[in-house]
Design a protein around this ligand. Structure first.
Ligand code: ADP
Ligand code: MG
Length: 340
């Protein structure tokens, strides 16, 4: 027994020598916001900062959840009149309204009843027929939502229900980055259910390499982005879907039709400084399709994109041209660089 112990100690010492004075890695893996989350940070202060980051994620999960009866969103959806909410909720609803206007309605946080009718909240999937879709869409006009910033209240018209599922993980990622940065951490990467957000670069100074999943093969990534200090957020039809009569129906809805988005895209990735913005935009770009997404991007300076269409073509906005590369085995894919 003793000898084995010594041997292990000796090995540990050798490993410590090999790594020299490389900063120590700390990691947390949790389940929150209905998904698995992995947080990694390096160096002094990282362990405490990660503990606080996890607490913050859990707090946001409780506040923003559409199914937790104690959440702000539950209170808004089931309350009457003006409902007082936390600054986090108020901020996110405001951002969502702004993006709803900017994206021509492609991002719409009032799609919850539509998502539910298709069975994505219960697993009882069905193709919702046209007259029912039109009925459901009558309650999705966000222009009728009232937000009182001074009072901190949100008022919904009868029949409307909100769901911040398209933005919440990105916002949580931003909060995690703030906590880590505020604690002096200079190297960290988190993966919140497919939303990747990086702080600084790797501890050896090289950029982070973030894989973009092959929407047609869950176990592979088709491209790599080399980034620092950015969020990389992907929305894909592959995340939640069902099949009926040879057709695939996924959980991202086109607010114009009340049916799953059918824009020709099978995955949309938004890259930028803000995780919340990129989360909202990845959903919106997926709904818009490649051409409308490119036009939308030309009117803004706050994000870049990678889109994959049904034919397998990859559309990359020019700001990512130097950081984008195809993964091994995908070298024959067509890549179109989209210019301003
Ligand atoms: P995920 O959360 O699966 O990573 P998204 O960020 O794209 O993916 O968010 C999709 C979620 O947002 C859906 O599960 C649904 O609840 C909701 N949703 C569906 N369509 C829309 C839409 N057009 N705008 C806003 N939210 C939507
Ligand atoms: Mg999103």
């Amino acid at each position: 027994m003793r000898r084995v112990g010594c041997l292990l100690l000796a090995l540990a010492a050798a490993a410590a020598l090999l790594t020299g004075c490389a900063p120590e890695e700390h990691e947390e893996i949790i389940f929150a916001m209905d998904t698995v989350m992995q947080l990694q940070a390096w160096g002094d202060g990282a362990e405490d900062a990660l503990t606080r980051a996890v607490q913050r994620i859990n707090e946001l999960d409780r506040t923003l959840s559409v199914v937790n009866e104690n959440s702000d969103i539950w209170a808004i959806n089931h309350g009457q009149g003006a409902v007082e909410v936390s600054p986090d909720t108020l901020h996110l609803v405001e951002l969502a309204l702004e993006l709803w206007r900017d994206t021509g309605g492609a991002l719409n946080i009032a799609m919850y009843p539509v998502v539910r009718a298709w069975g994505f909240t219960t697993g009882e999937y069905r193709v919702v027929p046209e007259p029912e879709r039109a009925e459901l869409l009558e309650y999705t006009d966000l222009g009728r939502l009232e937000l009182d910033e001074a009072a901190g209240t949100v008022t919904l018209p009868e029949g409307m229900e909100l769901d911040l599922g398209s933005l919440g993980k990105g916002y949580a990622g931003d909060q995690v980055m703030d906590i880590l940065r505020g604690s002096g951490v200079t190297s960290a990467i988190v993966n919140l259910g497919g939303n990747v957000q990086a702080l600084g670069s790797q501890s050896d100074g090289s950029p982070w390499r973030v894989g973009i999943q092959d929407p047609e093969d869950e176990s592979a990534y088709l491209a790599v982005l080399e980034i620092s200090d950015l969020a990389v957020v992907t929305s894909g039809g592959y995340q939640r879907y069902f099949e009926e009569d040879g057709q695939t129906y996924w959980h991202i809805m086109d607010p114009a039709t009340g049916a799953p988005a059918d824009s020709g895209l099978i995955s949309a990735t938004a890259v930028g400084a803000s995780g919340a913005l990129c989360d909202g935009l990845s959903t919106a770009l997926f709904v818009m399709g490649a051409d409308a997404a490119a036009d939308f991007w030309r009117g803004r300076e706050d994000f870049e994109f990678v889109l994959v269409d049904q034919a397998g073509t990859i559309w990359v906005s020019e700001g990512l041209e130097d950081s984008f590369s195809l993964a091994q085995g995908y070298e024959d894919r067509t890549v179109e660089v989209v210019r301003r």
